[in-house]
Design a protein around this ligand. Sequence first.
Ligand code: PMP
Length: 359
Amino acid sequence: MSEGTTPRFRSVLDRFVAYKPGKVVVSPEGRSYKLSSNESPAGPLPSVVEAISAAALTVNRYPDNNCTALIDTISATFGVPADHVAVGCGSVGVTQMLLEAVAEPGAEVIYAWRSFEAYPLLVSLSGATSVQVTLRDEAHDLDAIADAITEHTRLIFICNPNNPTGTIVRRPELEAFLDRVPADCLVVLDEAYREYVRDDAVPDGLELYGDRPNLAILRTFSKAYGLAGLRIGFMVAHPEVAAAVRKTFLPFSVNAVVQAAAIASLAATDELLTRVESTVKERERVRDTLIADGWTVPPTEANFVWLRLNERTLDFSAACDAQGVSVRPFPGEGARVSIGSPEENDAFLAVAHTYPHRN
Ligand code: PMP
């Protein structure tokens, strides 16, 4: 009999805090504006709700574990072969699958920091070691990332646009960087916010990966496609990478309802992208208003803005909370604020306008 009083857990669990989702706050007057999770402010389209309702009638059966209809629809919509596609439970699920495919103790995974907060968590869980490369002027420092590559590097995340700063990597610098990465090291271009990009200098990963067998493109239905609550994301890469990633799929983890919803959403792409256009317009209005108010806001190509507030971050976040506006604070660094509906954005701008300190 073992001596311990509790089951033995992996030591890695002691070393990090679990993922913290964006919070919801309510003001004393009962107002609540959730700008903490980069979601689409609009509810699902009627055609998508109809597909969800129809699929609900089938849930006594297991879903299609191969997600064949969905993968075929992704393939047709994005003009990529079906065997280049792998799907997962959100793109965060696909990120975990990617790490399960390439990471193990002793392996290194490089990414910019600060970037998407799930990267360090999932890297730790995989047993690999995180190598974080500090942002320069709020953006990826690709030279420093390339310099950090060692013989142990298995995977590099490039988040474009970067969460939480909204900053971008341009095509020539990305290509020059990719040329420096050894062929046996995978680069994952996380394009969760691709649909919000309006700067032509930002490459479309789907146009880049064709002649690069070590490049994988990550996309999600959670943002522009408005399905954050149902959990579906996908990866596009060369068939060898897609096959390796598919092997790590948790059986049935992409359910029947989300498969149907994603197919219906792809059929309504034009309508959904019209909504994205409103978010982009609002993004420019929010940023211009903040700048006119004396704030420093890096140019953003995503559906959020970044305020580097340093030691005032939590104070600012509390001021937002008091008005029912939830933002995403990263204590000691800054606050990320999602672009919501015009009313939600006005509520945030009102707090920013009256906040006594500029950044
Ligand atoms: N990548 C980035 C950069 C993100 O910001 C997010 C969501 N916050 C994701 C991936 C994960 O999205 P999901 O799992 O909902 O597809």
